[in-house]
Every structure is written in structure tokens, then in C-alpha cells.
Design a protein around this ligand. Structure first.
Ligand code: NDP
Length: 293
């Protein structure tokens, strides 16, 4: 049997970030202002704060200017809506990202719907989701966009292939299914979820199997067709007393079990995760270029 290829998401993400950096520098050399991203962070959720720091650092490296607007967790929904409207109107801001989750008293839906779709670099606004579905150019949310980039750069054929996506969330499963089935990409897509019966019979038919579930080690060898490309989106904390922090990160795929069965596989960490920031930078550049106005 041919050896399984482990897809190195860090290396692919680095390549995309380098491409964005070069494009940004050309853009600036043509006399235009650096792309500018506004990141709104509400409260002091440690994971969110860490994501935001990562985005700020990666932006700086790519030549994208970012400003982080931190607001108290007691901010009212109206005040946050006002902030979004101010950023919408600010000609110097190209992209707006509101870090989720938001405190419970604020409707994430209302906030996301208030973002100007032309600045919606997260691709969560219904206008961008709708455009994606009908095949019009759109901001696509970073994780599914990153998965498509990984598949493409790993040379995995999609046309006419059977793709199975486990998970139907609005930020991963659904947009990914839309991307895979798009004309020109041409995979045949099945989406599974918590109500799916005999799921292993479906996943075993997949040439490309994507797990976006949020359950550590859910996908085992018996669920995978020999030679399939297995993309693991899951980021789960698993208790591990041998680690100083008391846990390790694990994907939705039982990596060791599936490794020899798969043709390609993404590790966790170091697979899909690093692509998210890279695609966000690409979306911010596209916003500055007015790509989806
Ligand atoms: P959600 O919780 O929003 O969705 C999970 C999906 O998995 C749901 O559609 C759910 O079905 C389905 N599901 C849950 N249990 C089962 C089961 N036993 N069998 C089949 N399907 C099941 O999660 P997200 O999509 O936001 O995230 C999924 C995972 O990906 C998480 O681990 C998350 O941390 C990670 N993630 C990683 C990112 C990155 O790498 N940058 C970005 C975003 C997410 P139902 O709809 O029926 O409830």
C-alpha cells in the first residue's frame, strides 16, 4: 500500500501568508493604503483574546494593518451595533471581524447582520452565504476556505469524487458542502449530522471525508475507505495529566487508528487550524481590493 501523506497545514498556511504578504506589498507599492482590518473583541474570554492576538501578529507580518477594539463584556447590544455601524462607515477600514462568541445578552445574529457585507471578512453575513450558495464571488468563511486550499495544494482530485462532510454548522459544515459541490469543483457531497443513521456506511463511501463535529477521536478506521483523504477540523481538549496544562488538543479523527487507512490525512494540531488566519488575511486583502462590492 502506498504511504499515507500527512498534509502539513502549517507549511501550506505559511505559503498562503507569504503570497498575501507579496500581494500586499505590490498593492502598497502602487500607491494604495495598506489593507486595514478592525477586530472587535468583547470581554476577556481567554481563548478569544488569544485568537485575536494571533490575528494581530499574522496581520502585521503580512503588511495588513489591524486595530483591535476591546469593549467591556457589559457593553449593550445597541452600543456594539453602533460600533459596527461606525466601522461600516469608516472609509479607512476594509475588513471587520467581530470575535465570537459574544456575551449571552448580545444577539450574534444581529451583530453579524449589521456588518457591511463588503467588509465581512469572516464571511458570516447572510449575503455572503447566499452568494456562495448561488456561485457568485463572496467572502467565504476562513475554515472552509482553508480546507479547500489544503485539498487543492495537496493535489487531491475533487471532480466527480464522493465527499462526505460530517457536521452541518453554519461556519464549517454547510459552507464547505457548498464549496465542494460548486460547479467547477464538482464533488458529489453528502452531509451527515447527529441524526444520521448508520453513519459509518456513508463515511466509508467517501473519497474525501471531512470531520467537523467537536468530538475527539470520533472517526475511526472502520469509517474510512482505504486511500481516502481525511480532513480533521475538530479541535477538542482531552485531559492529559502528562502535560503541564493538564490537557492536549485532539481532532475529531482518531489519527493513529486512521493513519494507515487514509491516502491523505491532516493532523491536529497543524492541519486545518493554521489555515484559518491565512484565509482571513487573504479575505482582508480582497476586501481592500473591493473584490465583493
Ligand atoms: P458545531 O458544534 O457548531 O457543529 C457540530 C456538528 O457536528 C453539528 O452539525 C452536529 O450535528 C454534528 N455532530 C455532533 N455530534 C455528532 C455525532 N455523534 N455524529 C454525527 N454528527 C455529529 O461545531 P463547529 O462546526 O463550529 O466545529 C466543529 C469542530 O471544529 C469543533 O471541534 C471546533 O472546535 C472545530 N473548529 C475548528 C476550526 C479551525 O480549525 N480553525 C474552526 C471552527 C471549528 P447536529 O447539527 O445534528 O447537532
Amino acid at each position: 500500500m502506498t504511504q499515507t501523506r500527512i498534509i502539513d497545514g502549517r507549511a501550506v498556511a505559511q505559503a498562503v501568508r507569504e503570497e498575501v504578504r507579496e500581494e500586499v506589498s505590490t498593492w502598497i507599492a502602487q500607491g494604495r493604503p495598506a489593507p486595514r482590518l478592525a477586530v472587535v473583541l468583547v470581554g476577556n474570554h481567554p481563548a478569544s483574546a488569544s485568537y485575536v492576538r494571533g490575528k494581530r501578529k499574522a496581520s502585521a507580518e503580512a503588511g495588513v494593518e489591524s486595530e483591535t477594539l476591546v469593549r467591556d463584556e457589559n457593553i449593550s447590544e445597541e452600543a456594539l451595533l453602533d460600533l459596527v455601524r461606525t466601522l461600516n462607515a469608516d472609509q479607512e477600514i476594509d475588513g471587520i471581524l467581530v470575535q465570537l462568541p459574544l456575551p449571552e445578552h448580545i444577539s450574534e445574529k444581529r451583530i453579524i447582520h449589521a456588518i457591511d457585507p463588503a467588509k465581512d471578512v469572516d464571511g458570516f453575513h447572510p449575503e455572503n452565504v447566499g452568494r456562495l450558495l448561488i456561485g457568485d464571488p463572496a467572502f467565504v468563511s476562513a475554515t472552509p476556505a482553508g480546507i479547500m486550499e489544503l485539498l487543492s495544494r495537496a493535489g487531491i482530485a475533487l471532480r466527480g469524487q464522493r465527499a462526505v462532510v460530517v457536521g452541518r454548522s453554519n461556519i464549517v459544515g454547510k459552507p464547505l458542502a457548498a464549496l465542494l459541490m460548486q460547479r467547477g469543483t464538482d464533488a458529489t457531497v453528502t452531509v451527515c449530522h447527529s441524526r444520521t443513521q448508520r453513519i459509518e456506511e456513508i463515511t466509508r463511501e467517501a473519497d474525501i471525508l471531512v470531520a467537523a463535529i467537536g468530538r475527539a477521536g470520533f472517526v475511526t478506521r472502520n469509517m474510512v475507505k482505504p486511500g481516502a483523504a481525511v480532513i480533521d477540523v475538530g479541535i477538542n481538549r482531552v485531559e492529559d495529566p502528562t502535560r503541564a496544562r493538564g490537557y492536549r488538543l485532539a481532532g475529531d479523527v482518531d489519527f493513529d487508528d486512521v493513519l494507515e487507512q487514509a491516502g491523505h490525512i491532516t493532523p491536529v494540531p497543524g492541519g486545518v487550524g493554521p489555515m484559518t488566519i491565512a484565509m482571513l488575511l487573504r479575505n482582508t486583502l480582497a476586501a481592500a481590493q473591493g473584490a465583493y462590492r
